[in-house]
Design a protein around this ligand. Sequence first.
Ligand code: PHE
Length: 346
Amino acid sequence: KEIYGEIDQYEVASKEQLEQFRLRFISRKGVVTELFDGLKQVAADDRRAVGQALNGLKNRAQERFDEFARQIDDQPAGTDGAPIDLTLPTVPNLNGTQHPLSLVRQRIIQIFERIGFNVADGPEIESDWYNFGALNFPDNHPARDMQDTFFVEKDGQQSDMLLRTHTSNVQIRLMERQRANGSSAPFRPIRSIMPGRVYRNETISARAHCMFHQVEGIYIDRNVGFKDLKDTLYHFVKEMFEPGTQIRFRPSYFPFTEPSAEIDISCQICGGKGCNICKHSGWVEIAGSGMVDPQVIANCGIDPEEYTGFAFGMGIERITQLKYVVNDLRLYTENDVRFLRQFEGL
Ligand code: PHE
């Protein structure tokens, strides 16, 4: 009876313990064999009954052994052969999230694609002509200065290649391509946006970075006027920002547009009441824009008497700052998961 009790309470969790069970109850040197050996001393009349009881015990031990052996075979084992405890909590599974700049870029593309703009691309390492010359920057324009522009050196000499300071180079390339087949080919209107990285030689701080992202847009066709520029950007602001956001055009200057305007919206952070972001003016600038200067259109081989157009450009970091209240530009490139995780599911 004692041995029955022992067998029933026995638990086996590993191959070693199974072997111990076998040695104790089943092997020739085990307790059950030992009890069988004692059978000789039992009185002849009782021997049959005791023998039956011992057979029952032997079968019980074998049953338990088979049961344990099956359990251990079914148990998942790690690479070291040790059993794995499936009841332990799992290591948390961290899924990646979309970067806020990607989210905003995709939203900007979506808004403009729905009103007929396509997406164009161009080189980040660009010649002086596409980044400056074709855009009417005079030779001595301060933006060409080493202060702002990263020039590419070749054989220790400054070359005329540089890291583009804006995505306007793609506007030039698009317009040029229109006339690449000769001026007799039919003119296909250009209505494109060009998202991409741009570079300026600035010290990295909360408010400036040497690399950031822009989306510029251009629309060239017959009879494109300033009202089309206004319509397009009003629509963009309405789609991108909170309902009720105010927009204003402020006269400005760019070498490649005439007239030019900067676009402000009512501050998204304080709702126009005044805060540090809008320097208590209630307005924040989001884009530059203007009618493409006829000289720039002519520089690309298109007749500015027949074709006109507008262009605009904005920084994706700025739009993201206003949309998600990101007040330090460095956060975008530091890959701190505490920052990035906040954009999960957006
Ligand atoms: N290229 C200008 C910039 O880098 C933005 C701009 C684009 C202004 C198109 C007017 C028209 O800031």
